[in-house]
Write a protein that binds this ligand. Structure first.
Ligand code: OXD
Ligand code: MN
Length: 596
């Protein structure tokens, strides 16, 4: 199609959604002046042509076809390797609606700034129009969007990460509503880069980056920032959570949603392989999603969840046969790798892969020199369809979603925070989520390893004021609601020698089993001011060797340390002023009092 062409379908092509879409595409084309417009239908032939084009211009490099069939390496601009939180804005009419948790710009100013950047930026390029659906195409919980982009790499990734193409366009036509996302890689200049959200207009404008979280607009921009705003208006939750199913030997499955900040092991937990003893006894873990969860109350009062994505955009470094065999199996073929290193025979390689091979070339395409840089960028990624994952649950495609039995919050905390505790009730659970803290990682630009408050792992992703967000969470506690139990975990507690005290990975199932038994009413716990902790005997620790220090720190709590923590949580809540729900503040004051 050329720049003037419109999309049309059969008899209903004059429907208002399609007319609005065509008008928007035409107005974007007028501003950006592409050489051509391509409406993506999501077909294999379309993808083949795009991939061939990217191979020809060097955007994609073919990996070893024998070991990794149909797999590709993309090397990004070295200055474009992570989300840019300092350049990410929420542009609401009133500053206070975005809250102290977001960078804010007035919508008019932000549009003007972005429109100037977009002026003529697609000359010499093709403009791709990607209709997509976040969630199963026939689910009432799903929502649609359209991304316009000048990056074929974005198209190829969106095809894996969303239900993209003709079916999504048909749903948009039927429903009449869609989120508008406009993206251009621009000049990939960090000084001409912004990721702007206009929640009141269901609109996103992203310029100057091709990196996943900045450019695959269905993911963080739509499914979290814009969706969190929609969810608040419509009575549901859009969360930075994995979803997994734990099937017990009796064949009963409990679904758990868990929020951890970026690069803190959500993908590993979502694809967990039970330890040998559990496997032999008949336990299984099913993957629904590894990053985003949309939940809403069902008619029975329980929360039902879908994974709005259809693929994984996972962190490569650290992925190994030990940490995540299911991920490794998933990415053996049909995968796009971004910024990993390669071996001499052109297989993908990253730090921690532990497969006995050695890197020859680093992520910038230079001969590997450990003194210079790691072979893979610490935030290098794989993009792969969820259907390739051996533990992918058929329930992930269920339009009704899965009922959630437990919600888990967790951060990267080297000290203080025990292995697991249970919140007393929903209000306490919301405080546990709101108070979450974690050390920063390479998923965003900036310093790594700095402890910051990351409520519900949504600090970079909540599209509105956190005080209103906590109030929205509290509002689910209505008469007749059968809400999940809430827990907090910390897989990252370190001993005096600086080493992790808990083995993690598959052994995390021991903790999940305790949670499930708590949900069913069959496991013990010790009441403390910070919540209910398992006694050592309440957890199945068979076959694990834990030092006395590990046992004391994983299952104990340090009253003085928690007093200081609660003081700091109080200060954090106060940053939000009178908008902070009184019930949350009262809960913090109550626990501080109990700790005194
Ligand atoms: C992600 C992130 O890519 O959280 O999922 O940064
Ligand atoms: Mn994430």
């Amino acid at each position: 199609m050329n720049a003037l062409s419109k999309h049309s379908s059969d008899a209903t092509s004059t429907g208002s959604a399609l007319a609005a879409l065509n008008d928007w595409v035409a107005s974007v084309a007028m501003r950006t002046r592409p050489d051509a417009i391509h409406w993506c239908d999501g077909s294999d032939s379309e993808n083949d042509a795009l991939v061939a084009r990217m191979q020809a211009d060097g955007t994609l490099l073919k990996l070893n076809e024998q070991t990794h069939p149909d797999s590709w390496l993309h090397r990004s601009d070295p200055d474009d390797v992570a989300r840019v939180e300092h350049l990410t804005y929420v542009c609401t009419t009133h500053h206070e609606d975005a809250g102290p948790n977001n960078h804010w710009m007035a919508p008019d100013e932000a549009h003007a700034e972005m429109d100037a950047l977009f002026d003529g930026c697609m000359q010499g390029r093709t403009m791709y129009v990607i209709p997509y659906c976040m969630g199963p195409i026939d689910s009432p919980l799903s929502r649609c969007g359209v991304e316009i982009t000048d990056s074929p790499y974005v198209v190829a990734n969106m095809r894996i990460m969303t239900r993209m193409g003709a079916a999504a366009l048909a749903r948009i036509e039927r429903e009449g509503a869609f989120v508008k996302g406009l993206h251009s890689i621009g000049e990939l200049d960090p000084n001409r880069r912004f990721i702007m959200h206009f929640p009141e207009e269901l609109t996103i404008k992203s310029y100057g980056s091709g990196y996943g979280g900045n450019a695959l607009l269905g993911k963080k921009c739509h499914a979290l920032r814009i969706a969190s705003h929609q969810a608040r208006q419509e009575g549901w939750l859009a969360e930075h959570m994995l979803i997994l199913g734990v099937e017990n030997p009796q064949g009963e499955t409990h679904y758990i949603a868990a929020a951890f900040p970026s690069a803190c092991g959500k993908t590993n937990l979502a694809m967990l392989i039970p330890p040998a003893g559990y496997r032999e006894a008949g336990w299984k873990v099913w993957t629904i999603g590894d990053d985003i969860c949309w939940m809403r109350p069902g008619a029975d009062g329980r929360l039902y969840a879908i994974n709005p994505e259809s693929g994984f955009f996972g962190v490569a470094p650290g992925t190994s046969e030990k940490s995540n065999p299911n991920a490794l199996a998933s990415i053996q073929s049909n995968t796009i790798y971004t910024n990993v290193g390669t071996t001499a025979d052109n297989q993908p390689w990253w730090e921690g892969i532990d497969n006995g091979q050695q890197p020859a070339t680093d992520w910038r395409g230079e001969a590997y020199d450990p003194a210079k840089r790691p072979a893979a960028h610490p935030n290098s990624r794989f993009t792969v369809s969820a259907r390739r994952c051996p533990s992918y649950s058929p329930m992930a495609e269920d339009p009704q979603g899965v009922p959630i039995s437990a919600i888990v919050f967790g951060g990267r905390r080297a000290s203080l925070v025990p292995l697991v505790f249970e919140a007393r009730d929903w209000t306490h659970g919301v405080l546990v989520g709101a108070a979450m803290g974690s050390e920063t990682t390479a998923a965003a630009t900036g310093a790594v390893g700095v402890m910051r408050r990351d409520p519900m792992a949504m600090k970079p992703f909540c599209g509105y004021n956190f005080a209103d967000y906590f109030a929205h969470w509290l509002s689910f506690d209505t008469e007749g609601a059968k809400l999940p139990k809430v827990f907090h975990v910390n897989w990252f507690r370190k001993g005096n020698d600086g080493k992790f005290l808990w083995p993690g990975f598959g052994d995390n199932l021991r903790v999940l089993e305790w949670m499930i038994r708590r949900v069913e009413g069959g496991a013990g716990a010790v009441e403390t001011p910070i919540g209910r902790l398992p006694a050592e005997a309440d957890l199945n620790l068979e076959g694990l060797e834990l030092s006395a220090e590990a046992r004391a720190k994983l299952f104990g709590y340090d009253r003085a340390g928690w007093q200081a923590e609660f003081e700091s949580i109080g200060e954090f809540l106060d940053e939000y002023g009178p908008r902070m729900p009184a019930a949350l503040k009262a809960e913090q004051v109550r626990i501080s009092g109990a700790l005194a």
